[in-house]
Design a protein around this ligand. Structure first.
Ligand code: UDP
Ligand code: MG
Length: 315
């Protein structure tokens, strides 16, 4: 029997957990022919979250958990979930029931059809402010223009991943993680299913704008070195201005027969040296970018098949 692990990162979710447990239990009992594991990652909760999880495990051995020493953040909770998951496929889900578990059978169906990454795409987001929706939309657009890997729109972490995706993701061990871009980066056969995102069942969102901005910056800087190019891009017009102004000054001197004036010389010098400085910054940036990419130690490629054999990324 195939096993499916549902990974649920939880941080101060004591109010949501009873709803979640009830709905998950009903759901997994209704799906036949699969074995389920519900893997909670308790991300250093300060409330009764871990007590509740332990209580559930007492009653039901399909529940397991990883308990963090402190709050590491959702991204790290997710990779820990992947490390401890035993399933042939995993499903990421939030603890607050914003991801309707009822989509799971559909995900499994597509998985059985051979898709490796079945992700849930939001048609709507209830209970979130327009500002959050707007900023998240702009952010994806920015991320997409900066990178050349396709990023799925309106997609959170709610998705089913085949074991080979899990093994691939386990190889990306960078500490500043941006799962969204990693899901895109690994590739494989992707399939979207659509849903309406519900508001939280209970408790408060763990995100605030400071965390979101940090996540956004991590997302961009961990995935692309294009911001380092800014310097090079500024250097080019600076040098062009220098050349144009130089030609203008020289031409004027020749035509009018006057010597070059002090302010003109100063402008030329300023343009020349600032141009050189910005350019050197750009060069340092380029090398820094290379080092940055190498130190991530990512595998250089991942393969789907070798001589007709499915690659499962086991080693
Ligand atoms: N979460 C976590 N660690 C954190 C913050 C959040 O494990 O530091 C979990 C949280 O318990 C929930 C999921 O990540 O299961 C999504 O968090 P939340 O619902 O607060 O985010 P939102 O849905 O508002 O984006
Ligand atoms: Mg939520």
């Amino acid at each position: 029997m195939k096993k499916i692990t549902i990974i649920i990162p939880a941080y101060n979710e004591q109010d949501s957990l009873p709803f979640l447990y009830e709905r998950m239990e009903k759901l997994i009992n209704s799906i036949e022919n699969y074995e389920f594991e519900i893997l909670f990652v308790n991300d250093g909760s300060k409330d009764k979250t871990i007590d509740l999880i332990k209580e559930y495990r007492e009653k039901d051995k399909r529940i397991s958990y990883v308990d963090f020493s402190r709050n590491f953040g959702k991204e790290i909770a997710m990779i820990a979930g992947l490390d401890y998951a035993q399933g042939d496929a995993v499903i990421f889900m939030d603890a607050d029931l914003q991801d309707p578990p009822e989509l799971i059978p559909k995900m499994i169906e597509y998985w059985e059809q051979g898709y490796d990454d079945v992700y849930a795409q939001r048609k709507s987001r209830k209970g979130e402010t327009w500002l959050k929706k707007f900023t998240s939309k702009m952010y994806y657009r920015l991320l997409q223009t900066l990178t050349n890997v396709e990023i799925q729109k309106d997609t959170g972490d709610f998705r089913l991943l085949d074991r080979r995706c899990v093994n691939a993701l386990k190889k990306l061990r960078e500490s500043q993680r941006c799962s969204k871009s990693m899901f895109s980066w690994i590739g494989y056969n992707k399939k979207a299913i659509y849903y309406n995102r519900d508001p939280r069942v209970a408790g408060q969102t763990k995100w605030n704008y400071r965390k979101l901005v940090n996540l956004a910056i991590d997302g961009i800087t961990s995935f692309t070195t294009s911001p380092l190019r800014i310097s090079t891009y500024i250097a080019i017009p600076t040098f062009m201005a220098l050349v144009i102004y130089f030609i203008y000054v020289i031409a004027k001197c020749c035509i009018e027969g006057v010597v070059i004036q002090a302010f003109q010389a100063i402008i030329l010098l300023v343009l020349f040296f600032s141009g050189i400085q910005i350019l050197l910054f750009g060069i340092v940036g380029e090398y820094l970018g290379r080092i940055f990419n190498e130190t991530k130690n990512r595998p250089l490629y991942l393969i789907k098949e070798y001589n007709g054999k499915r690659e499962t990324n086991e080693n």
